[in-house]
Every structure is written in C-alpha cells, then in structure tokens.
Design a protein around this ligand. Structure first.
Ligand code: GLC
Length: 648
C-alpha cells in the first residue's frame, strides 16, 4: 500500500500535468476553480480508491487517469451547467426542501418521445413536479431488455426516443421550468450486445477482464452457495454459459445482462467517464441501478460489500471536480441496516449517495393497508437508523418494479406476527387470492426454494379501484379512492422526495396489453407500466370523476406540502404510537416547525384520544394543515376511513 502522504504529493504533480492536458485551454479563473476543488476533494478521492485499487503497482497511473477524466469533463462542461453547479454548491439542501415533488415515467409511454416530454411540461407543472425521473432511455439491446436496464451504448439515446441532442434540449427545457432531470445509469451490468461484451465474446482478453467469467463451474458453484437469485423464475442462477468462448459469465439478472468487473480499474474509469458525460448533457440526478451488486466476494451474498460503497464514494468525490451539482441516487433494495450506509457513514458521511429509495416504508404502507393495522409499520420504521442530515429519502408507493415483502422475522415477532406467514398473507392478499381482498395484482417471481412471492400491479388496482369499478360498487370505489389518496398522502408527508409514478395521479389500472408483445409477455411488471391515458387525464379537473378526485386531491396535498417547511428532509420523521392500532402517527420535530401526521389505515372511522395527543405534545388548539381548520385537541381527533390530518 502506498503511503497517503507520498501519494498526495505526487498528486500535486498530477495537477500540474492536468494543466498541460485537459485544463490547458481554460482561463486562469477556471483553472483556479478546478484547483480549489482538487484540493478540497483530494482526501475524499483517495480514501475510497486506496482499498479498491491501492494494492496495484499501477495505482498511481489509474488515479491520474481518473483525474484526467474528471478534468476533461470539467473542461467540456457548458457555462450554463457551471452556473448550475455554483447554485447547487451555494444551496446544498436544494433537494431536501419541502417543495420537492418527483414524477417517474417512461418517456415513450408518457409522451411518445423526448420531444414529446417537453410538450408535457405544463402538465407536470400543474401537479407541482420539480424532479422528473425518466426511466432508462439510453440505447438498449433489441428485443427483451428488462425495461431498458440492458444498455448497449451509454452515449446514445434509444433511437425511438430521440438522440443525445434531444436529451440535452429536454434537460435544458426542464431546468428553465424549474424541473431537475434524473435518468438511470445502469452501472452494475451492460447488455451482452455492448461493444465491450461483443469484444469479450470475440475472445479479446482486455474486454473479457471487464466482466466476470470462468472457464468451468468451480468458482460459479462456490459463489452460488451463498448468492441470492433475483429472477428465480425467468433467469435462475447467477451465471450463464457461452459456448463461443467456453466461459461462464456472471449474470445476476437476465442472461443478457452481464455484471461488470469493478475490481478492474478500467471499468471504473469507463463508468466515471459515462457518468460525467451524462451530467454534461444536463442530467442533474443519476439513479445508479442495482448498486448493491457492484462488488463480489466469495462466501458472501456479494451484496452491499464495503467495496461497493467505496466505488460510490469514489464516483461522488471525482464527480465533485467536474460537476459538483450532480446528485447520486442509490437504487439499493436491501434491508434498512444495509440501506442507510448508501447515504454515507463514518468518514464518508454525506459523501456517498445523496438520495436513496425508502423501500421499507413503501412495503409497510401496503402491509398496513392489507392488515388495517399500523403496528408493524410503526415498529419497523422506529428501528431505522437516522440518515445523515445532508441526505434525503425518496419516498414512493409504487414504481416500475414489483413489491417484495421486506418484512424481517424480528420486526414481525415484535408485534406478534410470524414473518413467513405475514409475507405469505401479503402475497395472497395482493395477488387477489385472499378471501375478501380488495386488491387486483399478480404474483411475480415465485421462488419454490423459500416460498417467496413478489407482487406486480398498479397502485390503483392494488388499492381496490379495479375490483370496485368492476363490481360497480360506489362505496367500494369511495374506499379505493381513499386508499389511493392515503398512500400519496403518506409519501408526501414523510419528508424527502416523494416520487409519483406516472398514471397513479389519475388512477390508471393494470394494463394487460403487455401480454401481446412477445418481448414483454414473460415479465408481468409491465402490467403496472401502462401507457399514459391522456383521454382520462382530461377529466382531471372534474371532481365528479374518479380521475379528477384523485388528481385534485393529490394536487392539494402537494400544495400544502410545499408550504410546510417542517417537511424539510434534514429533520427526522419519527413514527409514534397513537394508541389506536389503525392510526399511524408520524411526528416531526424540526427548527422549521412541529408536525404530527395522523392517518387512518382502516375502512372505519377511528379516534385518537385527547390524552394521547397531549402526551405527544399537542395540547390546546392546533391547525390541520390539510384543511386549514383548527383542531381542539382536548376533544381528541376523529378520522374518517383512510383520512389523514397534519397537525401543526
Ligand atoms: C433494478 C431495476 C429493475 C431491473 C434491475 C436490473 O432493480 O429497478 O427494474 O430489473 O435493476 O437492472
């Protein structure tokens, strides 16, 4: 291992070389800014790189290479984006503020193509959206491509959507309308049609070293002993044999998605360059896909390894040199104890990813709805460690993926449930098998080895709207709308960035059309990735229509949220017991104000006593921020089915 001090000195030498290289044509001020950042972030760059690559004799060369990539990206960055960097650095909590509202969609399903998305900006603004996550839009392999998560060219936009210039134009239009663009960077794997993989398949050892491949089953068998299966149903096992090279290739997801080998610094360099290239197109947030899997270690599940964190920290520190405004979002659907570290800890606090999906909260919302009890949610959320003050959760009720029942045995036992049985109950309930269920969903990836069953289905269908409409039952429709609004209320009231999934704002139901497309038919997650129904959306202003009630209800929640500074993500949301098993309590103590959110997860009226409100510190007269009405706490609080109040 090279001593840090020696290295730091050589790095200043590297800096002088950069002045002769990528920084040569920049003016003095621009060079000085880079130097400032260089000195500021040097330690954060080296700390994660040392354990990753510090043992290599060519370590210094690689460090120079990474710095060169960052310096080149800095030199290439437009004036407008440099200004954005300045704005972000001077207001580092911009993404934590209460006004943040996210929207997630496939560009083609929402608006045809990238140019179409520009035309829909007014629609997004109507909802109050200022963060737009467009699902994978880079060039994917032909045929089945896992919803775009099998990329064959990171520098081309899928030609059906437009080209790179269109993407840059879209990013600019969004920005000038106050909306930050987020796109996916599928960094754990490439499509097997990517040029690196093609060259590997042609036998080039340089590119074979970009992936993880083995001549026989000896290593794969060893690894398999402790690995999970992500798609046990349509892609069992974690390795695929390619006779043309007589190698077993590591494929965590589908056969056509090849895991990258990050122990090879060349792979890190390529991905760093890709990341900064996309940032320079005006992308403000990168959703880093499947980050938990980026480093493999024999004898473990090869998820959440310390090196996976080091990679993210190194990406972040190096990106500060070129594009300090860029945010990194971790897509790590893992247990809370494994998840929180993606937001940085120890020396890397606030220095890894800035945002991460709150998967547990999503799961608990659905669990509570099925059970009409909030005990498990309250307990499980109380166990989650606080996240660093400079980071935020993204909260969501539905996304493009299935729902996996992340309920631990310990959490279940703590509230008198059996984990296995509860997970089975939830799968039965949401696949529509449980007697009396309101939900219409489907089983995704049944794993006979552990009985695990995940769930597909759109928010509205899972919340009961599909069944209620079919039955023509107006009370059931009423309750379903209540559930849809409650789920949105919760992700909006939690703090962090709420992400609305396209179509949920007008109650789109499951869409069976995917079954007609042979490339999609095998993957029922497409049932909850519908095309936008613009005709239905026209009803959004009419509260006599269901779409209108949902849309307007949501728009009101969003307006209130934007005026509730207590929802700034820097303060923690604490679940509290309300002494009513059907009513969730969330409390926020922040210098920007106190807030108690009460939410009824049952289809009956519920009551929280005056005594309990006093114990929670809400005595006397409070205001319900949602309605503006004053609430006299000495009477206690009644909540209609699925209703919520925000007491300030
Ligand atoms: C992420 C995506 C999911 C995809 C997987 C593999 O989990 O959300 O849709 O299948 O990564 O890329």
């Amino acid at each position: 291992m090279i001593a840090d001090a020696d290295l730091a000195m050589d790095l200043m030498g590297h800096y002088s070389r950069l002045l002769q290289g990528p920084l040569l044509l920049m003016d003095e001020t621009e060079q000085a800014i880079f130097r400032l950042r260089f000195e500021q972030h040097l330690a954060d760059i080296l700390r994660p790189l040392l354990p990753l690559y510090g043992h290599r004799p060519d370590f210094e060369l690689w460090v120079y290479k990474f710095l060169e990539i960052a310096a080149q990206a800095y030199a290439d960055r437009s004036g407008e984006l440099r200004l954005l960097d300045l704005a972000r650095v001077s207001e580092p909590d911009w993404f934590q503020q209460a006004n943040m509202i996210g929207y997630v969609c496939y560009a083609d399903r929402f608006a045809g193509d990238l140019a179409g998305v520009i035309k829909k900006i007014p629609y997004l603004q109507e909802l109050g959206v200022n963060y737009l996550h467009l699902m994978p839009l880079l060039q994917t392999r032909p045929g089945a491509n896992d919803g775009g998560y099998a990329v064959m060219d990171y520098r081309q936009v899928d030609e059906r959507l437009g080209n790179m210039a269109d993407l840059a134009e879209l990013a600019g239009s969004l920005r000038s309308n106050g909306i930050s663009l987020c796109i996916d960077l599928v960094c754990n794997h490439t499509a097997k049609e990517h040029t690196w993989a093609r060259q590997a398949l042609a036998g080039d050892p340089v590119y074979q070293a970009y992936y993880l491949m083995y001549p026989d089953r000896i290593m794969p068998d060893q690894y398999e002993l402790t690995l999970r299966e992500i798609f046990p149903d349509f892609a069992p096992g974690n390795f695929t044999y390619y006779p043309e090279i007589a190698r077993w290739v590591w494929t965590t997801f589908n056969e056509y998605q090849w895991d990258l080998n990050y122990s090879n610094p060349a792979v890190f360099a390529e991905m760093l360059a890709t990341m900064l290239y996309l940032a320079n197109q005006g992308v403000e947030v990168l959703r880093l896909d499947a980050v938990a899997f980026m480093w493999k270690r024999l004898g473990t599940d090869s998820e959440n390894q310390p090196e996976a964190h080091a990679l993210l920290q190194a990406f972040r520190a190096l990106s500060r040199l070129a594009a300090p405004g860029l945010l990194l979002k971790a897509e790590a659907i893992v247990s809370p104890t494994q998840l929180v570290p993606y937001l940085g800890r120890g020396e890397a606090t606030n220095k890894e990813c800035e945002i991460a999906y709150h998967n547990l909260f999503m799961v608990m919302l659905w669990s509570s709805l099925a059970e009409r009890r909030v005990a498990l949610m309250t307990h499980a959320l109380q166990q989650i460690p606080a996240i660093p003050t400079g980071t935020a959760w993204t909260t969501y009720a539905r996304c493009h993926d299935d729902i996996g029942w992340a309920v631990t045995e310990e959490d279940a036992a703590a509230v008198g449930l059996n984990g296995f049985l509860h997970r089975a109950f939830l799968s039965d309930f949401y696949s529509g098998r449980f007697p009396g269920t309101f939900a219409r969903g489907a089983t995704f990836q049944f794993n006979p080895k552990n009985g695990d069953r995940r769930i597909s289905g759109s928010l509205a269908s899972l919340a009961g709207l599909e069944a209620a409409l079919e039955a023509g039952d107006s009370l059931a429709i009423e309750l379903a709308v209540g559930r849809i609004l409650l789920l949105h209320n919760m992700i909006i009231a939690f703090g962090g960035i709420p992400l609305l999934y396209m179509g949920d704002e007008i109650g789109l139901l499951n869409d069976a059309r995917y079954r007609d497309d042979p490339d999609l038919a095998g993957d029922n997650r497409w049932m909850h990735r519908p095309y936008m129904d613009w005709e239905l959306a026209q009803q959004r202003h009419d509260e006599k229509r269901i779409a209108g009630r949902i849309f307007q209800g949501l728009a009101r929640l969003i307006q209130v949220r934007k005026q509730t500074p207590a929802l700034h993500a820097a303060a923690r949301t604490l679940p509290v017991w309300t002494h009513n098993e059907a009513v969730l309590g969330l409390i926020r103590e922040s210098p920007r104000g106190r807030l108690l959110v009460l939410a009824n997860f049952s289809d009956y009226q519920q009551f929280v006593t005056a005594h309990r409100l006093h114990e929670l510190g809400f005595e006397g007269l409070s205001t319900d921020r949602l309605t503006g009405r004053s609430v006299e706490s000495w009477h206690g609080v009644y909540l209609r089915p699925y209703a919520s109040i925000w007491l300030a």
